[in-house]
Design a protein. Sequence first.
Length: 399
Amino acid sequence: MAQEYETVLAALRRWGNVRSTEGGWLARCPAHDDRQGSLLVLAAGEGRVELDCLAGGCEMQDVAAALRLGPEYVVVAPPAFDDGPGWIWPGYVPSAGLSLIDGEDGVSAMAVALDVAVRVAVAVALPDGQQPQEARTVLVLASPQTADRTAELLAAYGPGSERLEVAAVLGGRGGGQSGLRLPGDVDRMERFLREHRPDLVVVDLMTICPYRVPVESAVRALAELARRVDTAVLAVRDASKRAGWSSSRRARVASRSAHTAAVHMAVHGADGAMALVPVASHGWTVMGGLQFHQAGRTRPVVWSTRSARGRDEAMTGADLARRRPASTSAHRLLSRMLEAGPVPARDVLAAAAAVGLAPRTVQRARRQLGVVASKTGSGWVLSLPDRGSSVGGAPVCDQ
């Protein structure tokens, strides 16, 4: 058995104090200061293990990240929800309704969605290590111009499955190509989905929405269609001139909509990595972010560890690279000064002037961050907005 689990044992030995126990091993937990060896590692077959911190109650994903073990080695139990829907990906993508991924400039949200689609179709470990209960049928909707490239991207993930299909049924860009578009073709699309009966539909929201039609209309029609057909739809919006370059702005607007079941962002993460960060969910707690690498536009997504960036930090930091240097500095100055609590406005302006930031630049950054100004007995004070909680619904986010 040791040979089958050599990768896991090598990771455990780096922390020392590894000893055999019934059905597995005990070792030091790398996620907290553990000198007793309180990490229970149980063999789960096929070189995979279950992790359980007996002393600190550490999160399994944090332990796996500290051990540098990918999801192919760790079996993750589905999160416990008091009252949640069925799941395609527990905690992230429900089995019915519209889930949306908004991509930051330079991060391919479609690549993330296709990676999830492949894992669901072939029933391999999901990005956070959870094991799907069964293989699902997946339908990727594409235009004639993008169908071949989408198929090539899926082929890059390895052997495919008869449960995954790419359908070139959407309208293409230019050339007079016509196809299924929303909201106008909602009846035709409903007949198409009922004929194929997929468990999961993956679609680029901007391809399915005609020009001069508000994207919100397509979102509403797609969400209502998903509920009527009782299927999961994972829609993406990569940054573009038409979709909008600001992923945080798009995600905030979508999170306030009653039509989206879940909203995520695909953003730049730490140390050159990228991250999938849940922003809002309806009916369950927002899950933690997940870090990944993407070698190129046509290369697979490789998931690594949990993301240290929370929802608010990801939304605040997203799109900073597209701002002018002075605006970026103003964002960082405000975030740093206000993170501990309210600060007098005169102190903020004085600190900005000391580093050469104009009052107008600070004012613009205040609007973009949603900074709240309040009058007190000693003058005006500035504070960061209260983002609220997403439990039982979308978070409160100021545009």
